[in-house]
Every structure is written in C-alpha cells, then in structure tokens.
Design a protein around this ligand. Structure first.
Ligand code: G6P
Length: 611
C-alpha cells in the first residue's frame, strides 16, 4: 500500500521524485523518504507527508540524476523517521524502498542478528536490506546475485527498488504480489508503483510480473526472473492523460471524482452498448459468457466499496439472470475453505486491481476449478492479469481514498453483465433488454441533474456536522447504497455510521433513535416504497431526524422527513447509481466542515496490498 518511485537519467531527480510521490500519496501517507545517489549518497526521511519531505530535501540543496522515493502506510513499526523508507543496509552498500510484507522477516532477522548484524528500525524492509548486504559480503557475490539470492529466501510480498550505492548507474527493481511498472523514456527510465507519476514523462510502460527482477539503466533495460532467466520485456502504451490526475480546479480529488461520474459512467458503456440499444457487447467476456449463462452459481468477492457494488450486483444478477449469487468479503472467503463446484463463476471486483485479499481469493477460486471474471478499473493491474476474463470499468484514475466513481462504474458493469446474460438465457425479452439499456444510457444525464443537490447537501452538512453517530437505511437495491453511504461518512469525517436494511431497524438499531440521531433513509420509488414510508414513520415516532433521499416530486415523504434530497426517477435496478450521489456529497461536505483531510483520511490507504 506504499508508493514507490525511482528515476535514472540525466535530469535532476529530486523534483521528479517529489512530484511522483505526491501522485502516489493516495497509497499511503504516514511517512516519506528519498535517496539521491551519485558520487555521494544522501538519504532523507521524515514522519509525515511528502510536503514535509520536500521541505527537507529542498533545504539540503542536494540533487543528482539517480534516486528513489517512498511514501509509506506502516505495517511493521510505527510511522517515524527511523522506520520510514529508504532503509539502508548495515554497511551502507544497499538502499531499499519496499511495498508489501516480508512474512518470514523475524526468522531472517534472528539469523542475521546471530551473525552480529545490528538493526536500527523495526521494519521488515531493513531485514531485507541487511540480508542482501550479508549475502553480498559473505558470499562474495555481485549486487545482482545477492539480490536474487535474498529474494529467493524471503516469503511474502514485495515491490522493491534497490540501489547499490557504488553502482549508481542502475536501479534494481523486483516484484512479487505488489505492483511495479517501468516507464520507458529516451535516455531515462522510471519505476513506480503505478503509472500515475510516470505519464507526464512517457506513455511507454512495462508491467513487471511476479518474480521479475529488472535492472534499469538510463538507456538500457534488462529483465530477468529472480532465478536469473532472461525475459523479453513487453512494452505497452498507456492511455492515461495527465489532466486525469489533476484536481482540475476542484478543491479535492473526491469532489472532482464525484462530479466526474456522468463522464465516467458514459466511458464505462461507451463502445459496449450497440448503437440501437438492442444489446451490449462485453468484449472481455466473449470466451466465458456462455459458461456464465449456464452457471448454477455466481460468487462475487471484493473488499470495501467494491463489496458494496458486489452486493448490488447480487440483486441485479438474481433479478435479471435468475442465477443464485453469493457475495463474499475476499478476506473471509480465502480462509474458510470455500466450497467451489465445477462450473461456478467467481466475479472479483476491485478498483485498484491490487487488493491482496481479493487477489488471494481469486487464486483459491481458480485452484478449486472456478472460472474467474475481474471487474477492475486500473488497466494492467494484477487482478486483470490473474483472471480468466474481465471487464474494465474505465472510470479513469481514482485518487481520493474514499471511492466514488469506482462504485458507480462497477455497478454499471454489473448491470450490463446481468442484462446481457439474462437476455442470453432468455430470462429477459428483447423488448425488456432494450428498455433496460435505454435506461442505463440515460443515467449519466440523470446524475448530471442529481449533482444539483450539491448546495443542499452542503446546507445539510452544516446542520449535522457535529453529530457523533448516524444511521443509514435502505431496502432492496438501496440497502447496499445505505451501506456505502455509511462507509463514506465513516471514512472521511470519522463519524460513526451504520448502514442497515430498513426493516431490520426494528431488531436493534431502533433503540438508538432519539432526537439526536440523524437517520438517512434511501427511499426512492420502487416496489418496497410503501414499506420504507412506514419505516420513516417509525423513526419519526421516536423523534429521529430523517434525511430522506427521494424520487423527484415525492410529496409523501417530503411531508414526513425533516430534510429531503431529490434524485430523478429511474428503474429500481439502477436507482443506486443516482441515490448514492447525494450520500457522497453529504459525507464530502461533512468532512470538509469538520476540517478532515478528505482525500487522505487517517489510517486508510487507497490500495490495500497487505492482508
Ligand atoms: C481500500 C480503499 C477503499 C476500497 C477498498 C477495496 O479500503 O480505501 O476505497 O473500496 O480498499 O479496494 P479495491 O481497489 O479492491 O476496490
């Protein structure tokens, strides 16, 4: 979950690394560090953000044309200067930045300590740096041999950049489980956790695979495995524009990404919906779609917001394909010996395509004979490369840690899948299929209209900004939306919030309701509308403060609720795509008013590459 960047070339590396770390900060931001290597080697580290590091390195005035940086999300050892990366080996020959976890680090550390090596940090990364140094010195090996040997001894996950200080004409990079991508330039090369810091310099990239070891010079790239087998590098062109990773005038990435949703959803179905709306073509599924239509069961695995999209997917698939669906937290699925039958289809949903638990769940599912479909946003990430088939959401880079457009584009993909599979199975008629697609295509325009609630969401946020708790209720398709609304509030404003199926309120949460409890009821018109109206009455009878998300023109709930936020009318299956927008905006404004760091909430990271 940390961010890594390395540079080798002829330009001054300092600002390239700082700028790169700023782009990667969404991956972790509790401490940061940098090494600049040339005739002299300088390492700078601090607890805190990249901007703090920037002040320190700029004040030093030091620069060179080779270096690497790291922004950290702590796993081993508290986020202080000592534990920040780069970690330097005991004799100072090797400098290492690392994303991931070395699982056998304690055993290795004990062994190295028994050889008299003294450690200065609590990190697993220092163990790796010292192991490399130890093998290098004791085994009379060159740097590449020592690194290969060390990597063959470690268990766990890593994305690594390593420099031997006296060989500043090359960077070593290695990957297992944690992503790394090389940016191929002219007379200069880059290495980073993802392509966002690279795109302003080059569009040509090489995604490293597990067990790859790259030796990166300014005008040469050598790719091997850690077992020293040479590999032919596959250079790909990335389609990522620099504007996509700027705030473009918005105060925060999260707000920009909320407002981008009409465009993002349009990009999700662009080129996939047939011009006359008679069908959708999901190219990435062509080799598997018949098997999905015949499947007796679909299992959806995901984490966080993606799990909420998966839950909505369950409702969509069961309604439109009549295939039973189970939705699992990837972290639970992977450890409980899941029962997978031949012919089962697993759908893994992940914005980043790197979530460790989701990746592990995929591996288990495939080992047990399931075929796995990935629904991911980041092109070229690990999950799409581990799956049998897949559909990209094409939401564009999502930088705000709280997921917004990832959710709505995932739901869009799941809707397209459910409709097309339902049609293939004959569960839905040609006419209904066309109606569903026509409605889906109208969603970006309806979100555009929904975004007009922004001012009202701000007013409401002012009313509720000091609350300590909130309850979010919804039924059917709107239950996952209630969960997602509560998660958004928790993540960025640190207010305790719970999402619940509205009818379950009577079985516990109703005891929490009094005049201090804001209850957000997602109550747009669908088959359970009358039931949720009764739920609102139950809350009002207990003096709860009701904020209702309603369909435009709903006069009934308007009379009962304390506040309403309106969204345009759509079919129940797609109602979540609209109803979630006011919830995202409400959380956003609450967090801003409370002075929270919206894009980088405490303790969280965008991409969770540790278990
Ligand atoms: C982290 C992020 C969430 C995200 C979850 C799953 O917790 O902060 O926003 O929903 O990981 O990530 P994924 O990339 O697999 O969707």
């Amino acid at each position: 979950m940390c961010g890594i960047i390395g540079y080798i070339g002829s330009q001054p590396a300092r600002q390239i690394i700082i700028n790169g770390l700023k782009r990667l900060e969404y991956r972790g931001y509790d401490s940061a560090g940098m090494a600049l290597v040339g005739e002299e080697t300088r390492v700078f580290k601090c607890a805190g953000r990249v901007k703090d590091l920037e002040e320190i390195v700029n004040a030093s005035g030091f620069n060179s044309s080779v270096g690497m940086g790291h922004t950290r999300w702590a796993t081993h050892g508290e986020p202080n200067e000592l534990n920040a990366h780069p970690q330097v080996s005991y004799k100072g020959n090797f400098i290492v930045v690392h994303n991931g976890i070395i699982e056998n680090y304690l055993r290795l550390k004990k062994h190295l300590e028994s050889r008299g090596i003294v450690f200065t940090s609590q990190t697993d990364t220092e163990v790796l740096a010292n192991l490399i140094e130890h093998l290098y010195l004791e085994g009379d090996l060159n740097a590449e041999q020592a690194i290969s040997l060390a990597l063959n001894r470690v268990e766990g996950a890593y994305g690594l950049v390593i420099i031997r200080t006296k060989e500043a004409d090359k960077l070593f990079a290695a990957k297992k489980g944690s992503p790394l991508v090389i940016g191929v330039g002219e007379g200069e090369n880059f290495i980073a956790s993802d392509a966002t810091p690279i795109v302003e310099y080059t569009q040509r990239v090489i995604y490293l695979n597990d067990d790859d070891l790259a030796i990166i010079k300014k005008d040469e790239l050598i790719l091997k495995t850690i077992r020293t087998k040479n590999i032919e590098p596959e250079v790909k062109k990335i389609d990522l524009k620099i504007g996509e990773i700027d705030k473009e005038g918005f105060a925060h990435f999260m707000l920009k990404e909320i407002f981008e949703q009409p465009r993002a959803i349009h990009d999700t179905f662009r080129g996939r919906v047939l011009p006359d709306y008679s069908g959708v073509m999901l190219g990435g599924l062509h080799n598997i779609i018949d098997s999905v239509a015949q499947a007796e069961r679909i299992i959806i695995v995901a984490c966080g917001t993606s799990w909420h999209a998966g839950l909505l997917g369950e409702y969509l698939f069961e309604e439109y394909t009549r295939i039973p669906v189970e939705v699992e937290y990837a972290s639970e699925f992977r450890y409980r010996g899941p029962i997978i039958k031949q012919g089962d289809i697993v759908i893994a949903i992940s914005q980043s395509g790197e979530t460790a638990d989701t990746l592990a769940a995929i591996k288990i599912a495939r080992e047990k004979g399931a075929r796995v479909i990935g629904v991911c946003n980041v092109v070229g990430s690990s999950i799409p490369r581990e799956t049998d088939a897949g559909v990209y959401t094409h939401a564009g880079p999502e930088i705000g840690v709280a997921s917004t457009k990832a959710f709505t584009t995932q739901v869009t993909v799941l809707a397209m899948m459910a409709f097309s599979i339902g049609h293939l199975k004959g569960v839905i008629s040609d006419t209904l299929y066309k109606e569903l697609i026509t409605e889906l295509v109208s969603i970006p325009g309806k979100i555009e209209k929904t975004l007009a609630v922004n001012d009202k969401a701000l007013e409401l946020a002012k009313v509720f900004q000091n609350t300590h708790n909130a309850l979010y209720l919804g039924r059917g398709y709107l239950f996952p939306v209630a969960l997602e609304g509560a998660l958004k509030l928790k993540e960025i404003s640190y207010i305790h919030a719970e999402g619940y199926p509205a009818a379950e309120m009577k079985h516990g949460p109703i005891a929490l309701i009094d005049e201090n409890m804001p209850v957000v009821v997602v109550a747009t018109k669908d088959d359970t509308y009358e039931k949720i109206v009764s739920n609102i009455q139950e809350i009002k009878a207990r003096k709860g403060n009701v904020i209702a998300i309603v369909t435009e023109g709903d006069e009934i709930i308007k009379k009962m609720a304390d506040y309403v936020l309106e969204v345009p009318e759509t079919i129940p299956a797609l109602s979540g795509l609209l109803a979630v927008i006011p919830l995202q905006l409400l959380s956003y404004h609450m967090a801003v008013l409370r002075g929270c760091n919206v894009d980088q909430p405490r303790n969280l990271a965008k991409s969770v590459t540790v278990e």
